[in-house]
Design a protein around this ligand. Structure first.
Ligand code: ADP
Length: 193
């Protein structure tokens, strides 16, 4: 199996690049944001509880997203590998993911960390909010809270994987295709090694 984490702040392009990467490498895309939004669309109790947290720009509890990822791994036993997008977002989530993957006798091969300036993130998210229908993308205060949550709780996840030498920084500004090419170069370097 080949498992990778696409890492970066809100608005860094993880969703866009994930779609292209899963198509090229035949990976199963696991986005906790997408999973949560399907729960909201289904109006499940989990979705309703998550929505009020997401609309404030905060992180939903670790147990909730860890359980969602656990089920997704169980439901895809045939996958060639997974691309994690928006997960793990805390050190506790990273530790839980490592355990779940170890039970399947696999691990994270690489963490690709997209680098984008804060001004660019805010402008991309406000722009996305005009058409995405995502309530967390329309209010600049919510966007700023999400970036703050990232800085306070999620940025340290890169330090966690850095201990295992798994993090590669990739410039997240430029055209979609330029960024995709840089990501593919890093993946190819890892898989050929
Ligand atoms: P973005 O990367 O633009 O913030 P996501 O779709 O990844 O978009 O996440 C949207 C929201 O869903 C987050 O602000 C957060 O409230 C919640 N969320 C998604 N993934 C996680 C996670 N792994 N842990 C906690 N909350 C999460």
């Amino acid at each position: 199996m080949f498992n990778l984490i696409l890492f970066g702040p809100p608005g860094s392009g993880k969703g866009t690049q994930s779609e292209k990467l899963i198509a090229r490498y035949g990976l199963k895309h696991l986005s906790t944001g997408d999973l949560l939004r399907s729960e909201i669309a289904a109006q499940s109790p989990l979705g309703m509880a998550a929505k009020s947290i997401m609309d404030k720009g905060q992180l939903v509890p670790d147990e909730v997203v860890i359980e969602m990822i656990n089920s997704a791994l169980e439901n895809n036993p045939q996958a060639r590998g997974f691309l994690f997008d928006g997960f793990p977002r805390t050190t506790a989530q990273a530790e839980a993911l490592d355990k779940l993957l170890a039970q399947k006798e696999t691990e994270i091969a690489v963490v690709l960390a997209l680098q984008v300036s804060k001004e660019e993130l805010i402008s991309r998210l406000l722009n996305r909010g005009k058409s995405s229908g995502r309530s967390d993308d329309t209010n600049e205060l919510v966007i700023r809270s999400r970036i703050e949550e990232y800085e306070m709780k999620t940025a340290v996840v890169a330090d966690y994987y850095n201990k295992f030498n798994k993090v590669v920084m990739v410039k997240g500004e430029g055209t979609i295709d330029e960024i995709f090419d840089s990501l593919c170069d890093e993946i190819d370097a890892k898989t050929e090694a």
